[in-house]
Design a protein around this ligand. Sequence first.
Ligand SMILES: [Zn+2]
Ligand SMILES: [Zn+2]
Length: 294
Amino acid sequence: MASSRMNKLFGRHEPLPAVVEQARTSLSKLAETQPDLRDLSATTAALLRQMYLEVPVVVWSFTGEQVARKLEGGVPLLRGEHLVLDGKLLQKQFEQLGVVMETQGHPAAKPLTVAVRQGQFDVLQAAQAILLGDPTTVVTQADAQALDAELTATLLRLTLFPLLEQISSAARPLRPDDTWSNGYCPTCGAWPLLGEYRGLEQKRWLRCGLCADEWPLDRLMCFACGSRVYSDLHYLEVAGEELKQRVHTCEQCHSYIKQISTLDRLDSPALLVADVATLHLDLIAMERAYSQPQ
Ligand SMILES: [Zn+2]
Ligand SMILES: [Zn+2]
């Protein structure tokens, strides 16, 4: 009993939240049915466990009026806000996610965790740069220390994800419907990880990979450059998967986004699973020189 009280105080989840366990089960099934995704599935399952083992509660207050004012100007909610984050906790979580990567056979994680431990890479500063909409600073910092920039960005994103999803879910009910018609996230400003076609109507929603937010977007519009020119907008599909998932591409800006059919919104851990399960679509798009906006 005493230990469960302690767990509650520190946000420790034992067992893990049901949605995280479900996501981990889906990853095990994915590894069985698609052997080429076995390593990535195992790594993602291990990362998810670490991400949700102990989640600090983020407190940030805002009013409906503040939300409306920012969004009407096309400014993501967190842009320019001072979000109080616990630097020590962030660093600890980043390091532990790095150890998970290392254990899962990604040696590039080792110098990264060493750099963090020795104070050569400041996780809090990097997280704040991301929240300011400045991912290039993180890449420059990582490059300057010969660290793997892509891995650094991934670990930062996964460190922040369970924290920022608390903000996006608190802010969403304050957001009037249809006030946001941009391709970037209304809460954190990141580009979407993927899109969903939901339910029978197959309405298009975009999902953020940094804060798990969701927002609707016109089907006949490029999320990245806003082009509505019919001849710019194309699809890439795999035979047999046409009803399930596809890639939207744009000839104007050469960006792409994966769109998957879902019954309803994917919960946050399932969003990361869907990203793994559709890796082949990223490869198809990248082979054709489309990319995700940075
Ligand atoms: Zn976001
Ligand atoms: Zn475009």
